[in-house]
Ligand binder design. Structure first.
Ligand SMILES: [Zn+2]
Ligand SMILES: [Zn+2]
Length: 195
């Protein structure tokens, strides 16, 4: 067994610094551990910032979630109205209230399009108050069709963010350059895009 004096000497040597002195003793070993911990912590913070979704991705995500309620199997679309980073309305394509869904009555095809449903954009816009959608952003999973685009132009919406492209007969949004249209990539891009 070591005598106390020998033990103190041994510790001093092991730490490379005297065990006594002014202020709290922080050995180089402890300082090294702390520096490593701080380094790990700041790396984690950087990673959290790197993986954090943008507001556009966040609200587009919600639009894709809303699309999960769609009742038309040909095309599942979701839309949300957002102003000041708050949800003001949400909608998916589905039959008018109390009318049979495509799943029950089958899709009602005209020129290759199912016309049984009210489109997601219209349902989302109708859920918001006029003052709420004035200057708002509309997030929609798919590029709006010609009919929805005309309603969007009149809705007060100033920005449209979508993910999946969609070929339209006439692009009314292009004729309204005061409305910003942005495509944001999303994991749902790979979904079925019907005509
Ligand atoms: Zn349908
Ligand atoms: Zn539409």
């Amino acid at each position: 067994m070591l005598r106390p004096g020998v033990l103190a000497h041994a510790l001093t040597n092991a730490c490379g610094a005297p065990a006594t002195g002014g202020g709290p003793a922080v050995s180089p070993g402890e300082a090294g551990i702390r520096a490593a911990e701080e380094n790990i912590s700041s790396n984690l913070e950087r990673e959290v910032v790197a993986v954090r979704k943008s507001w556009d991705e966040y609200f587009l995500d919600i639009a894709f979630q809303v699309a999960g309620r769609s009742t038309c199997p040909r095309r599942r679309v979701g839309a949300v109205v957002v102003a000041d980073r708050r949800l003001r309305g949400a909608g998916y394509n589905g039959s008018p209230r109390r009318m049979p869904h495509c799943a029950e009555a089958g899709c009602l095809l005209v020129d290759g399009h199912c016309v049984r449903t009210i489109h997601a954009e219209i349902n989302a816009l109708m859920e918001s108050a006029p003052a709420e959608r004035d200057g708002a952003t509309l997030y929609v999973t798919d590029y709006p069709c010609s009919e929805c685009a005309k309603v969007i132009v009149n809705s007060g919406v100033k920005r449209v963010v979508y993910s999946r492209p969609y070929a339209v007969e006439r692009d009314w949004l292009k004729e309204a350059p005061w409305i910003e249209v942005v495509r944001v990539s999303h994991a749902g891009d790979g979904g079925k895009i019907a005509e």
